[in-house]
Design a protein around this ligand. Structure first.
Ligand SMILES: Nc1ncnc2c1ncn2[C@@H]1O[C@H](COP(=O)(O)OP(=O)(O)OP(=O)(O)O)[C@@H](O)[C@H]1O
Ligand SMILES: [Mg+2]
Length: 465
């Protein structure tokens, strides 16, 4: 495990990340996204009743009128309080940066005089919270899979300098209604830039790490919360309970961690050890996320469902990915990001996680080569991985999706037409340069990528389906 996990330090990671952001417009620059002009009701049909409620917010299902795709929208009152306003904008900004298989995906953000509207993917499997209420206890295999996905998501957040701070089963969605559904971390409203100044009281007392009471803590409060969730999944109740919030907090601070013999009789020693290593009251003694991801309990109970033939199919797509023009490439990304269904992407998600052995949410040349060695001869594996990750580049999740998807299957006429409609905002049947730059949210000055697209278009005048 040691040599496989040559993780970059957070500082190195941030430097690298910054450099990449400056170097090239990532797939996320292709944002049909964020901060849209226009009225949300022109684009979306709102469904009733609401599916969730916060103090100043309401979550509704919506249907995109052009694509027919169902999304969720978080509607937040404007000027509720100044703090709330800040919270919404920080949520949008942070979600915009995060591109990970187990993290809420933001699609668009609108605002009018009275409300903010954050449009995201809709997850039909419900909250992990409801699942716990319904079933109470889970098998170790189920628990380890969900916990592994959470650790993977939170590791990515921390590497990006973000602490979530409200990890609890109400903020974990199941992607769809299935025993094998992925866990998705949502609600980034209270997330914070990691700093030594973090002090505010966050999360429900059941999930609050003891050091939160000292009003000085670091990102390891997130791993504590994951430890509490593991405990709940395996025995059906939280490790530190109480009738009132005060009592719960007292127990978190003072009560020793115990595993009731009867309630834990069916669970392995490794599972108890895993929980014990996380629920250490002294944060400096607590295991890190990286260690948790490589813990024997996770390793024993978690196996990715990727067969050699799936790996081969996906890696072959990646090798053959060859877009003839920048516009074609951008359109393909748009289709993958906005029009592909979650089912169409589910295999790719598993393969991405399987290749990303360093668990940082990116695929680098070493990881790609190791995966390719399972399928191709060593010369091909080396050449192809170097070509795909040229100049020490890494593949982000969305980049991987766009490049590894089966182009034949995804480029159905209906999707291309819908992509066209999404860009052609005034529904004229033509796409003009303004619409294109609005759609891809590009800043033309100093951006080689978009200049190339525009150059290509100068030769094509009118784009029409
Ligand atoms: N993308 C989504 N798909 C399906 N359901 C969702 C989605 N986003 C939110 N919900 C539902 O709405 C609830 C509230 O969402 P969220 O936690 O983001 O809102 P909030 O205003 O921060 O609420 P609170 O402050 O009470 O946590 C979630 O617990 C979940 O049940
Ligand atoms: Mg919430």
């Amino acid at each position: 495990m040691g040599n496989k996990m040559m993780m970059k330090s957070q500082a190195e990671f941030e430097q690298d990340y910054q450099r990449k952001q400056e170097q090239k417009p990532s797939v996320l620059a292709l944002n049909l996204l964020i901060k849209k002009k226009g009225r949300v009701s022109t684009e979306y049909q709102f469904l009733t009743p609401p599916i969730g409620k916060g103090q100043y917010s309401e979550i509704r299902k919506v249907i995109n009128k052009k694509t027919g795709i169902m999304r969720a929208v978080k509607i937040v009152q404007k000027n509720a309080t100044e703090k709330e306003e800040e919270r919404v904008l920080s949520e949008v900004n942070n979600l915009e940066k995060l591109d990970h298989p187990n993290i809420l995906k933001i699609n668009e953000y609108y605002s009018d005089d009275r409300f903010h509207y954050i449009i995201t993917d809709f997850y039909s499997g419900g909250e992990l919270f409801s699942k716990i209420q319904e079933r109470r206890i889970f098998s170790e295999t189920y628990a380890a899979r969900i916990i592994r996905q959470l650790l993977y998501a939170v590791n990515y957040c921390h590497l990006h300098g973000i602490a979530h701070r409200e990890i609890r089963p109400e903020n974990i969605m199941l992607e769809r209604c299935s025993e094998f559904a992925s866990a998705i971390l949502i609600d980034f409203g209270l997330c914070s830039k990691i700093s030594h100044k973090m002090h505010s009281s966050v999360n429900h007392p059941y999930y609050q790490a003891p050091e939160i009471q000292q009003k000085k803590y670091n990102e390891s409060i997130d791993i504590w919360a994951i430890g509490v969730i593991t405990y709940i999944l395996l025995c059906g109740y939280p490790p530190f309970g109480g009738d009132t919030n005060r009592k719960i907090i007292d127990n978190v601070l003072k009560k020793p961690l115990i595993f009731d013999e009867q309630d834990w009789s069916k669970n392995s020693n490794e599972s108890k050890e895993f929980v014990r290593k996380i629920l250490l009251k002294d944060p400096s003694q607590r295991i890190t996320i990286e260690q948790a991801l490589n813990d024997p309990w996770i390793a024993k109970n978690y196996e990715l469902q990727v067969t050699d033939s799936q790996l081969k199919r996906v890696l072959t797509n990646l090798v053959n990915y060859n877009c003839q023009s920048k516009l074609q490439e951008a359109t393909l990304k748009l289709i993958v990001l906005y029009l592909a269904s979650r089912e169409e992407l589910s295999e790719l998600r598993e393969v991405f996680t399987c290749i990303d052995t360093k668990n940082d949410g990116y695929i680098d040349v070493e990881e790609l080569q190791a995966a390719m060695l399972k399928i191709f001869d060593s010369e091909t594996a080396e050449r192809q991985s170097n070509k795909i990750c040229a100049e020490d580049e890494t593949l982000s999740y969305s980049q991987f999706l766009a490049q590894a998807i089966d182009k034949q299957a995804i480029l159905q006429k209906s999707k291309i037409e819908t992509a066209f409609k999404l860009i052609d905002r005034n529904a004229s049947g033509n796409i003009n340069v303004e619409e294109l730059s609005e759609a891809f949210k590009c800043n033309l000055t100093g951006n080689e990528y978009w200049i190339e697209i525009m150059n290509e278009l100068c030769h094509q005048q009118n784009l029409q389906i």
